[in-house]
Structures are given as structure tokens and as C-alpha cells.
Ligand binder design. Sequence first.
Ligand code: PMP
Length: 297
Amino acid sequence: MPNLENKIWFDGKLVPATAAQVNVLTHALHYGSAVFEGEQVYSGRIFKLAEHTERLFYSAGRLGMKVAFDGQALERATRDVVAANRVGNGYVRPLVWRGSETIAVSAPNTTIHVMIAAWDTLPPYDKEACAMGIRMKTSDWVRPPPNVAPTDAKAAGLYVTSTLAKHAAEDAGYDDALMLDYRGQVAEATLANIFLVIDRALHTPIPDCFLNGITRQTVIELADELGIPVVERVVFPRDFERATEVFVTGTAAEVTPVREIDDFRFESRDVTELIIGAFESLTGKGRAVPEPVETMK
Ligand code: PMP
């Protein structure tokens, strides 16, 4: 996590973390009017920065928030904050939120703030669990229909159920929760998308009520290049019976094998390893960090 010496880019300026403060009457804090991103830095380069920045603007727009900076300015700011904190391999967290001018729910004229923080990688799953494959338990919490919440946005409010589901799974001794959707279809993990390997093809749910992850899209492209068929379709929990491998994908999760979901066990890793290999060559994971920290143009 950022320590107090870290620099945070806050509404246009790099400031010490201690100076990046908000008012307790901030609309976002009361009503969840915030959107965010998670980005990975590999050897000083921010992976898919343009795509993440674009999604940040999209999510902000879905919540009716107009960001006072353009995409280029935010990309520059992201590179600056990574360089200022000398993050070689790490994580970036941009956040856009509605300010504190009113405590009313209706707040169309509040200031829209932006901050970008960066720090060393914080793996979402236990390292050992990742190597062995994570264990998941189906949550009672479900992903809502798209007319109940802006499910295609990376909106802070949606993470209320992610946190509840994740806590319940961890309390029961699992690494993560499998989340179904409001129709009982398989949706995703709490912070990652999901893929099943059936007859050496990838099967993944259609993202019509959850985030179409940038890693998910990357994995689909990589599978295509590897000649591995990809089927985007409705997936039901019973489909796990035919799956020999399962993995989850996300910016922080990267490509993480799953070894267990409820009573289902997945022993094989063949296809997952191919995808992990292709993903790591794309991100450059494990390559030496250049000195001084290089930023991507
Ligand atoms: N679903 C949810 C709920 C997430 O929080 C994330 C992480 N951003 C993902 C899926 C995967 O998205 P991405 O690959 O873009 O990180």
C-alpha cells in the first residue's frame, strides 16, 4: 500500500499521500458515486494503459460524471505517478469521485475529482494458493441485472457485494467466491472473470451483467493466436462437471488457475499453462526492471 512518503496525483498535482485528503461529506462516501481502475506495472510499463484509461472515462460517464482532464492528461499523470514512486513492478489505482458540495442525493453540479496512486504489487490471492490453484465457493450474493446497477462500469458501489462475497468465502476457508448472476448463470469471481476448459476449448460467460475485463479480452485474443477455440456462452454451474481446467483472469489476478469450486475438482493445467505463458510474454512479467524506471510512451 502507499506509505506516507508516496506521491499521489490529486486533481492535477503530485502531492504527498498525507495531503491527498477528502472531506467526510464527500458524495462518493455517502452514495457510492465513484469509479476506479486497477492497472499493473510490469518492468516500469503500464499494461494496457490506454484501455484502462478509456474504461475509466466510460465508467465515469455511466455515473454522469464529467472528468475535467482528457485521456492524454490522465495517461501522462499515470506515468508520472509511477515514475515519481519508482514503481518497477506494481499496481496503479485511479479513482474518480463526486465531491462534497452537497449532501443531497441529487448532485449534478458537484466537483468531479480524480486521483491516481501507485504502489508495489498486492497479489489478490495467497501466493501458494495461486501456484496450486485457488479454491472457490459459490456465493449467495449474485450479480444484478443491468437495470439494477451499472454493471458494465467499474463503479465503487458494485463492490459492496464483491466484498461481502469475498469475506464470506474467506471466512469459510476459501480463496475467493464464485458469483452467479440474477438468472443463476455463472458470472465471475469477486474481482476477476472466469474461463472453463472443456475439450481443450475455452468457455466463458457472456459479460452482459458484469465487467468485460481487459484481461478477459486479452486472453480471448491470445487463445485465438494459439489456435485455442473460445466459446462465449451462457454457463451454468453444472457445466463445471465437464470442465477439466478452470482459471480466472484480471489485472491483479492475471491468469490464476482454479483447483476447486464447491464439489468440483480441476486436476489438469495444460491449456491454462499455455495461456499463462502467452500472457506472461505479452506483459513481460519477470523481466528486469530498467533503471531508471522507464515509462511507456
Ligand atoms: N470483474 C470484476 C468485478 C473486477 O473487479 C475485475 C478487475 N478489474 C475484473 C472482472 C477483471 O477486469 P480486468 O481484467 O479489466 O482487470
